[in-house]
Ligand binder design. Structure first.
Ligand code: SAH
Length: 245
């Protein structure tokens, strides 16, 4: 454990924790083991626990799914198996919220990411097949959470997206917290365009204002760019941004 990890351990509060229930525990940590997320995982700033849903199957074949009542294509994850997997996780202090990754959930927003990062952690259930028996969601207080209006083949990649978005907001994970303040979705605006060296790239110059050293002019230019990008790309965000005024 590094100094930062020891510090948070000494502070008494358990680190932010993600419990992931999945039929494919071997795919974790995957990309969460690299770069910012991986380093902070190694140093104990957050915890990742996977639970193999198949361990809770009730027969020797490890059956976790069955045909849908009412007919139709595909298979459905059994409620008894999933409930046992959920119940195997100790409730976190204060109770971490439980989510099934699902295209039927409300799409995740940066605002919700902030709330989750401020809490004790999350339990994320990765669906497979056609989905999950509705009764386990009701019985175990599981909400549904989507990562966008498209269909993935399983919840694992979606769970990684949720965890990655939360972890980068945890104290001590990003070296310069000021870099989190001006990001996309702050104020319902997308970020302005960025430039670095070289000054001339394939005949394209960096906008003059960014080389001017005039910070007020730079701020105004960035603001105007952020507004333009948001207005032209995301009518939905732009409407929310304007409603804030
Ligand atoms: N039949 C379902 C889709 C099943 S996709 C439907 O039409 O709603 C299989 C699993 O992938 C889901 O149970 C869910 O866990 C995951 N998944 C698919 N798309 C997702 C999305 N947009 N966001 C989050 N999870 C998703």
């Amino acid at each position: 454990m590094t100094a930062a990890g020891r510090e948070s351990a000494q502070a008494g509060a358990p680190p932010w924790s993600a419990h992931v229930l999945t039929l494919y525990p071997e795919v974790f940590p995957g990309p969460l083991g690299a770069a910012l997320a991986g380093r902070s995982l190694d140093s104990g700033l957050w915890r990742l626990e996977t639970v193999d849903i198949r361990r809770f199957a009730r027969d020797k074949h490890g059956t976790v799914d069955d045909h849908p009542f009412g007919g139709g294509a595909g298979m459905v994850m059994r409620p008894d198996v999933l409930a046992a997997a959920i119940d195997s996780v100790e409730p976190a202090e204060g109770g971490a919220p439980r989510f099934l990754l699902s295209p039927r959930g409300a799409p995740l927003t940066q605002e919700q990411v902030k709330e989750l990062a401020d809490g004790p952690g999350v339990m994320l259930i990765c669906g497979r097949f056609e989905g999950v028996d509705e009764r386990v969601l009701e019985g175990r207080g599981v909400a549904e959470l989507s990562v966008g209006d498209y269909v993935l083949s399983g919840g694992e990649i979606a769970a990684m997206a949720v965890i990655d978005a939360c972890v980068r907001l945890l104290p001590g994970v990003v070296g310069r917290p000021s870099s989190l303040v001006e990001e996309s979705f702050e104020d319902d605006l997308l970020e302005y365009p960025q430039y670095t060296r070289p000054r001339l790239f394939e005949g394209r110059a960096v906008p003059d204002v960014l080389l001017s050293g005039d910070h007020a002019a730079i701020d105004a230019w960035r603001r105007a760019q952020a507004e333009h990008v948001t207005r032209t790309r995301r009518a939905d965000l732009w409407a929310r941004h304007q409603a804030r005024r």
